[in-house]
Design a protein around this ligand. Structure first.
Ligand code: ATP
Ligand code: ZN
Length: 303
């Protein structure tokens, strides 16, 4: 181990895999890191590409009005990020600069724009699907990827504030959607096994905020609505969720008014891949030098 690699995080910086910005959870990415992400992205497609999902890419921001309607603020007010901007005149500009140069808080006059940061790749999707009218008989399937924002600053390199999430989202009947999730639970295991990192799949819950949130979390667990594929990265006792398999029942279908072919409310499920987390799991278990990774792993990624 090199002298600058006293912790995993420091090693990532020393090898220019991640680049420090001075903010925990906000990093630049080096070329090798990006190449691993890119190869992993292709590996996902090699498992899911033949299903015929419609590819859609949203920017990391979404319509604030739709975000408000999504219910995210009820469950995760602490994680949301909003975009505010200057909206003043010359006088306000002068006041802003005065505060800035005096080292005082210049942000007080910033006003909310109509954009907020997307907390998950699938959030901007559902309202656009509702606009298309009732689902066809075999439902719909989407392939998404986006940078996402969550305000959870941490020294753990696997807990970032801006990170990428690749997702497949299935919208249809309860049978179509639960079958999709089961398929991806199996594929997820197979896919991560190819990467030669230790993993486990377990029921999970979202980090719902506050006391009311505890009930939601328990309910989610009892009904097995969320599974995670976990890999030890920063800690062996508390492995990190690298893939998530979520069944939302008719939650988004009801919220956005998405109907099935027969008029019943649509059910939804998604599988989410934490791109940075999987890359970090690889560096953690196989080392900082990709040339030295085990050959089956190199083959799975580089062919
Ligand atoms: P955690 O329990 O670790 O907070 P989560 O349950 O909130 O994760 P999801 O909401 O299911 O995660 O997000 C989908 C995927 O996005 C996760 O499986 C994970 O791989 C990735 N992810 C979530 N939060 C982060 C983060 N802060 N940094 C990097 N990747 C993340
Ligand atoms: Zn999702």
């Amino acid at each position: 181990m090199c002298e600058n690699c006293t912790t995993f995080r420091k090693g990532l910086f020393a090898h220019r895999l991640l680049i420090e910005t001075g903010v925990d959870g906000l990093y630049g990415r080096g070329g090798v890191f990006e190449d691993v992400i890119h190869r992993f992205d292709n590996l996902i497609t090699s498992f899911g590409g033949a299903d015929g999902a419609e590819v859609v890419r949203f920017p990391p921001g979404m319509n604030r009005a739709l975000f408000e309607k999504s219910g995210y603020l009820k469950s995760f007010p602490n994680l949301a990020g909003t975009i505010h901007a200057f909206n003043g005149n010359d006088k306000d500009h002068a006041a802003l600069l005065e505060k800035l140069f005096a080292g005082e808080d210049w942000t007080y006059g910033q006003e909310a724009t109509d954009i907020v940061l997307a907390p998950a790749a699938c959030y901007p999707l559902y309202p656009t699907v509702a606009q298309l009218g009732a689902l066809p008989e075999d439902g719909r399937l989407y392939d998404l990827q986006s940078y996402c924002f969550r305000r959870e600053p941490s020294q753990d390199p696997a807990r970032q504030q801006f990170f990428r999430m690749r997702e497949y989202v299935r919208i249809g009947s309860p049978e179509q959607v639960t079958e999709f999730r089961q398929t991806w639970l199996d594929r997820g295991r197979e896919l991560i096994a190819k990467l030669g990192v230790p993993f486990d799949v377990d029921v999970a819950n979202d980090p719902f905020f506050g006391r009311a949130g505890r009930m939601l979390a328990n309910n989610q667990r009892d009904q097995k609505l969320k599974f995670e594929l976990l890999v030890p990265i920063e800690s062996t006792e508390k492995p990190t969720a690298c893939l998530s398999f979520n069944y939302h029942q008719d939650h988004f279908g009801t919220l956005w008014g998405i109907s099935q072919h027969d008029g019943e409310t649509a059910h939804t499920a998604c599988v989410g891949f934490g791109m940075e987390r999987v890359a970090l799991a690889l560096f953690k278990h196989h080392g900082f030098e990709v040339e030295k990774w085990p050959s089956p792993v190199r083959k799975a990624l580089w062919g």
